[in-house]
Structure formats: structure tokens, C-alpha cells
Write a protein that binds this ligand. Structure first.
Ligand code: B12
Ligand code: SF4
Length: 508
């Protein structure tokens, strides 16, 4: 079959700071190729909708699949499905990915017949199965594990047998030079582990994978890395190096193969402090940037998000990362209830520290505990506003004033690392980029005002809503984790050793 896989457009955050390859879609693409299909990927983060319609006409796929990881992309994805169905009525149209999994039934409804199937969970096993079934009997799609159709729902989705069997089809993305994160320009992505053993209330990474945690073998990880041409690497793991031994083993393989790259990873403050040696070792291998989700700078906030970390741990972790000369980007969650004073405290704190500080707005997402337990009512039913840069819960300040405070605070934080200040500090790096024809990073330095703008954000709330989000069934209630899981937990997929189990348990 001819298969086209599509990733929707970038969201606000990716318009400035980064734009990364759609690794999940590349893995699904390779699984389809292995099953004998002819596959193309179109990434609308770096292509235009006109490219999409042109490709539908020229390639004339038998199946069109969409990767919907981000809830805010849902309306765009539904519209793209309708375009595909309209132009190619015989083609199988299906959607999968993180957010699609938590909104499967409503997606099918919004599709009004244009979406044949939503596939929940990991796509590497289910997509080739779906294509196989579709070749025979279109009425049998709901029999595929993880499938949701207008007619019904299949068995729960299946985990892939081993992460070592997977290969991303990186060659299917012709515009690879467009992917970057900060000064890593260009940058590729890699996966060393999948899942997270914690259970933060605002997060759906753990509910998607049934709180499992799986690892790629060190040999396979290094092999994949050796194939990557880009000098910068973003490690997509939710929490890097939870098991320090795994980090050391991958590192040794990298040394053995003499692979020289620069790395950006994401981890937790308590993991960094517990496994200091592995991060110090990776610093020598090329680890330059680290993203730490601190979430709050007060104890009350940490408690609310059930981050299971303390203020002291967070600050000590920051100190430790700085001592290794790693640039840290921290994330703090802004609650819509904040007043001007809370924003002022954040501005003052952020200006005193050398690190990059990002702000995201507390947003309940389908698939999280907060979605079911939040007792404040949503102020909007527009999926597009669920991008953690907009307020979807009632603001204490008038909405326009809230965005003014938010954007002004972001501007103060960004001024440390964007514009002329950053340009002067990074002259040598920029020179190197320009010599290689890479301009993503230099463009990023002056984009802030164009993208972050309080008036634009207020205006975003006035747009007509074509597809209203389905509201949580009962809000303000307690919820059992198993009711949220996409993949049902399996002991065999919980690859954390005993010590780590105890460590995770102790933070719970
Ligand atoms: C790496 C990552 C990023 C990267 C890379 C994004 C990219 N281009 O792919 C960066 C740093 C850029 C990023 C940014 C953001 N992210 Co992010 N990100 C992640 C993270 C940690 C891992 C994603 C990943 O690559 N996993 C590895 C690959 C292999 O898995 P995958 O993509 O999920 O694909 C698998 C399945 O989903 C499925 N699948 C995927 N596509 C398809 C298609 C079909 C047809 C099928 C059947 C299946 C299928 O099969 C794949 C293989 O198993 C996830 C958390 C998580 N664990 O999922 C958050 C996550 C997806 N991000 C999130 C958010 C909120 C954001 C931002 C909005 C944050 C911000 N500050 O603004 C931005 C917006 C990005 C944008 N689109 O413009 C949320 C999404 C919440 C939601 N429900 O919408 C998540 C879930 C994090 C969280 N804790 O809540 N992100
Ligand atoms: S530690 Fe990170 S990935 Fe894991 S549940 Fe918490 S926020 Fe999600």
C-alpha cells in the first residue's frame, strides 16, 4: 500500500525555541516499510498545507495517517482528515499518537465520517496490522488492538515486544536541517527509554504507558546514534538516566565507537542528585543542556502538582548542574489564579539566577488526573488553547491583564538568552552555523515579540470554535490510575531495578 504519514503544524513554543523531528511518526513509518508498504512522511512543522494537498494529488496514497501528540493540534488534524477523505474517498484515514489516544471517540465524532479509525497507544505494532486488515475488510478495522471506529472499539493496544526492534525512518524527512533546539542547529532526536515510573497529577506520560518503563539496550542505542548525522542530539526520554547503570553503559558504547555529539536531555531534580556520577560522565561525553521540570518555587506548588520533590532538592540540583557547567533550562507552572505579585516574585527570582526559565500555564489535559479532579470549570472548549501557553481555567486577573503579566514575565526571562545579549555571547557559534548554512538559531534570537504577544493571546480566545472539546465526565472526583491507562500495566515492562523501585517509592 502507499502510505502517507502526516505531523501537524508547530505550536507557539516551537515557533521560537525549538523544532524537533517527529520521532514517533518515523518509528511508525519504518514499521510500515518493514511490512512492505511504500511510505512518505510530511511534517507540517516545516512544510506548508499546500505541500499536503499537492502530495495527496501526486502520491495518491491508499492510506493517510496522522500523528496527534498535541491536543492543541486536534482541530487542524480533523480538518486535514476531511481534506484527505474529500480528495481520496477510497483512502483509509486514521489518526494516532499521544493525544489521539485520550480523545479517540470524540475524534471519530468530529471527523463526521472522514476518520475511519483512531489507533490508541504505540503505533509500531498496530499500524501495520491496521493496513493489513484494511486491505481485506474495511468493516473489520475495530478488531485491531487499540482501534476505535464509529462502529466500536478493539482490544487494548499492544506494547512493542522490544524497543531494540525499532528503527526510525529518519531518511524520510528531507528537510532535516530545519530541526534545531537553541544553539543545537541542526539537531536530531533519539530515544533511550520509554515511559516514566512516577505519577505527577498534571502529566499523561505515565498514564499513556501504564506506568511502565522500558529501556533500549546500550548497543542498540549507540548503533542508532552512530547513524545520526546531526551534531546536536535531543534525548526525548521523559526522565533521563533514572537507572544510572543504563546511562553508563550507553556512554561506554559511545566511547567505544568514538561518537562525538552534543546532548540535550530532560530529567528530574531528584534523579540528578541521586545519580550525580552518570551526569558528570555524560558532561564529558558532550552533555551541554539539561531541562529540569521544577514546576514551582514554593512548597505549596510542588505539593499541588504531586511532583514529589522538595524545594531544597530542586535548588541543590540546580547548583549541581551549574557546577558541571551544564546550561539548565527550568520550567515553572503558572496557575491562572496568579495575581501580579506572584508574577513579580518569579521575575525577581529568575533574574537572580543564570539559568533559562520557561513558564507554562497550568492546563488540565485529558488523560491526566487533573483532568478528572480539577474542580474549577474550563473557560473554553477550544482545543487550540490547550497548549500550556493559554489560560483555559478562570484567571483571577482580568484575562487581558493575566496575559500582559505572563508575556511581560516571559519577556524578562527571555531577554537573558535571546536578542543582542545572546548574539554577543554566541558569536562564534553563530559564525559556525552560518558557514554551514544553518539559520534556525540566529532567527530564534529575534522572534520573541512576533510570537509572544498579550493581544494575540487574548484574540485567540475570540476565535470561533468549530470542534468543541468533550468536557470531563465528572469533575472534582478522585480517580483510580487504572481508569486512565492507555496501555495496561504489565510487570514485564517495568524495567526499573529494585533500588530504583525503592527510590521512586520513597518519593511517593
Ligand atoms: C520529546 C517531547 C517534545 C519535544 C519533541 C516534539 C516532537 N516534535 O516530536 C519538544 C521538546 C519539542 C516538545 C515540545 C512540546 N511538548 Co512535548 N513531549 C515530548 C515527550 C517528552 C516525548 C515525545 C516523544 O518523542 N516520544 C518518543 C516517541 C517515540 O513517542 P511518540 O511521539 O509518543 O510516538 C509513539 C505514539 O504516540 C504513537 N504514535 C505517534 N504518532 C502516531 C501516528 C499514528 C497514526 C499512530 C497510530 C500512532 C502514533 O506511536 C509512536 C511510537 O510508539 C512527550 C511525553 C511523552 N512521553 O509522550 C511530551 C508531550 C507530548 N509534550 C507535551 C507538550 C504540552 C509540549 C508543548 C506544548 C510544551 C510547551 N512548552 O509548549 C510543546 C509543543 C511542541 C509542538 N508540537 O510544537 C505534552 C502533550 C500534552 C497534550 N496532551 O497535548 C506531553 C505528553 C508531555 C506531558 N508531560 O504532558 N515535546
Ligand atoms: S516525572 Fe515527568 S514524565 Fe514522569 S510523571 Fe512526572 S512530569 Fe510526567
Amino acid at each position: 500500500m502507499k502510505v502517507l504519514l502526516v505531523h501537524p503544524s508547530p505550536l507557539m513554543y516551537s515557533e521560537i525555541y525549538l523544532r524537533l523531528e517527529p520521532l514517533g511518526l518515523e518509528l511508525v513509518a519504518e514499521a510500515c516499510r518493514k511490512a512492505g508498504h511504500e511510505v512518505r512522511i510530511l511534517d507540517l512543522q516545516v512544510a506548508h498545507q499546500l505541500d499536503y494537498t499537492a502530495l495527496l494529488e501526486s502520491f495518491r496514497p491508499d492510506a493517510v495517517g496522522f500523528g496527534l501528540n498535541y491536543l492543541a493540534n486536534l482541530p487542524e488534524t480533523v480538518d486535514l482528515c476531511k481534506i484527505a477523505k474529500n480528495r481520496l474517498p477510497q483512502a483509509l484515514v486514521f489518526v494516532g499518537g499521544h493525544s489521539a489516544s485520550f480523545t479517540a471517540q470524540e475524534l471519530v465524532e468530529h471527523g463526521e465520517g472522514a476518520i475511519d479509525c483512531v489507533l490508541k497507544g504505540e503505533g509500531e505494532v498496530s499500524v501495520p496490522l491496521l493496513l493489513e486488515v484494511a486491505k481485506g475488510d474495511r468493516d473489520a478495522l475495530a478488531e485491531v488492538p487499540g482501534a476505535v471506529t464509529a462502529e466500536g472499539e478493539g482490544a487494548p493496544p499492544r506494547f512493542v515486544d522490544s524497543l531494540d526492534d525499532l528503527h526510525p525512518a529518519r531518511d524520510l524527512l528531507p528537510r532535516r536541517r530545519k530541526y534545531f533546539i537553541g544553539e543545537f542547529d541542526p539537531c536530531a532526536s533519539i530515544e533511550f527509554t520509554r515511559g516514566c515510573p512516577w505519577d505527577c497529577s498534571f502529566c499523561s506520560a505515565w498514564t499513556f504507558y501504564g506506568r511502565s518503563y522500558r529501556v533500549v539496550s546500550p548497543e542498540k542505542a549507540a548503533e542508532d546514534l552512530a547513524r545520526v548525522r546531526e551534531p546536536g542530539i535531543f534525548i526525548v526520554d521523559d526522565v533521563a538516566f533514572i537507572r544510572s547503570e543504563h546511562g553508563f553503559e550507553i556512554g561506554r558504547e559511545i566511547e567505544r565507537r568514538n561518537i562525538k555529539k552534543k546532548y540535550y536531555l530532560e530529567t528530574r531534580a531528584d534523579v540528578l542528585l541521586r545519580n550525580k556520577e552518570v551526569f558528570a560522565y555524560w558532561r564529558k561525553l558532550g552533555l551541554e543542556y539539561m531541562f529540569l521540570g521544577l514546576e514551582a518555587i514554593d512548597a505549596e506548588g510542588l505539593e499541588r502538582y504531586r511532583k514529589r520533590s522538595t524545594l531544597d532538592i530542586n535548588m541543590e540540583a540546580l547548583e549541581y548542574a551549574r557546577s558541571l557547567d551544564i546550561m539548565v533550562a527550568v520550567n515553572l507552572i503558572v496557575d491562572p489564579s496568579w495575581d501580579a505579585d506572584r508574577f513579580r516574585v518569579i521575575r525577581e527570582w529568575a533574574q537572580e539566577i543564570p539559568d533559562i526559565v520557561h513558564l507554562t500555564v497550568n492546563t488540565p489535559y485529558p488523560g491526566t488526573e487533573t483532568w478528572a479532579t480539577e474542580d474549577r470549570e474550563l473557560t473554553t472548549r477550544d482545543y487550540r488553547l490547550f497548549d500550556i501557553q493559554h489560560a483555559v481555567l478562570p484567571t483571577t486577573l482580568p484575562l487581558a491583564k493575566f496575559y500582559e503579566e505572563l508575556v511581560n514575565t516571559q519577556k524578562v526571562l527571555a531577554s537573558k538568552h535571546l536578542g543582542w545579549a545572546a548574539f554577543k555571547d554566541a558569536l562564534e557559534i553563530i559564525g559556525g552555523h552560518l558557514l554551514r548554512g544553518q539559520t534556525n538559531f540566529i532567527k530564534m534570537l529575534w522572534k520573541f515579540n512576533k510570537v509572544y504577544n498579550a493581544e494575540r493571546q487574548v484574540a485567540d480566545h475570540q476565535r470561533p470554535v468549530k470542534y468543541p472539546i468533550r468536557l470531563p465526565e465528572v469533575s472534582g472526583q478522585t480517580i483510580k490510575p487504572r481508569d486512565l491507562y492507555i496501555h495496561k500495566p504489565q510487570r514485564v515492562h517495568r524495567k526499573v531495578d529494585r533500588d530504583t523501585e525503592q527510590f521512586v517509592a520513597a518519593t511517593r
